[in-house]
Design a protein around this ligand. Structure first.
Ligand code: ADP
Length: 247
């Protein structure tokens, strides 16, 4: 794949912490509109991988290209504004506000960023919030306190808040940890619906869930890509079996 077709291209990426290579000569590429799942045992480098993409950690060696642009000289804030949104495991929502108010805040943040570029319309914003509430399945709970939502509903609300900022690339860290089976399935449906208009990277341990959402899986081990393929291909790869058995 040429760099121009890739939303994200990572070349020979090494990240050292006091000489320890958390990422080691890692190469990775994904196309615009792809939903990619990253798996790998504890310590494989998954969190560091996301930290580098968001600019929290800078490469020791190598390059991270987002839409063809080297991210090295940009701050975390600038990278977020360039179109990369990250969802952490613990939802970062305002529990004392309603889902609607949370989403209004998220839309406002975007509005501030674009205020100088586009004219602002309150009607358009209300439509956006209503659409987001429907997308994340919270229209019926738009006006209750977010603190009263289930764990799964809080996760969906935070995904909605990220989407409100119109990212091109969504990074989602273990979205179904602690969710019920039904919530897990609905999370998969939500991510698949979002994948129609976003590129998405999901880090996940739950293999049933990976099977539900992923066409292409990347396995990380010791800071580098061990293999890539469909879930069936990677699960039957002897190198992957060895790495997971060795845990
Ligand atoms: P994963 O998310 O796959 O469990 P991480 O990216 O958190 O893996 O960590 C990869 C390796 O890098 C681990 O061995 C971890 O201890 C080490 N590491 C991560 N961050 C730091 C840091 N800030 N300082 C030193 N070592 C780190």
């Amino acid at each position: 794949m040429g760099v121009s077709e890739a939303i994200l291209a990572i070349e020979n990426l090494t990240v050292s912490f006091d000489g320890f290579k958390a990422l080691n000569q890692l190469n990775f590429s994904m196309a615009v509109g792809e939903l990619r799942v990253i798996i790998g045992p504890n310590g494989a480098g998954k969190t560091t991988f996301l930290d580098v993409i968001t600019g929290k950690v800078k490469p020791t060696e190598g390059r991270v290209l987002f839409k063809g642009k080297n991210l090295r000289s940009f701050s975390e804030d600038q990278i977020a504004r360039m179109g990369i949104g990250r969802k952490f495991q613990t939802p970062r929502i305002y529990l004392n506000l309603t889902p609607q108010e949370n989403l209004e805040l998220a839309c406002n943040r975007r509005k501030q960023v674009f205020a100088t570029l586009f004219s602002y319309s309150p009607q358009a914003e209300r439509r956006t919030v209503t659409g987001l509430l429907e997308t994340v399945g919270l229209a019926a709970k738009a006006k209750i306190q977010a603190g009263l939502l289930s764990h799964g509903e809080k996760q969906w609300l935070e995904i909605g808040m990220l989407v409100a900022q119109s990212p091109d690339l969504l990074l989602v860290d273990e979205p179904v940890a602690g969710l019920t089976d039904e919530e897990t399935e609905r999370t998969g449906e939500l991510l698949q619906a979002l994948a129609e208009s976003h590129s998405i990277i999901v880090i996940e341990h739950d293999m049933e869930f990976v099977r539900q959402i992923a066409r292409q899986v990347t396995v990380l081990h010791e800071g580098t890509v061990l293999c890539e393929g469909t879930i069936d291909q990677v699960q039957s790869d002897p190198r992957v079996i060895e790495v997971y058995l060795g845990q």
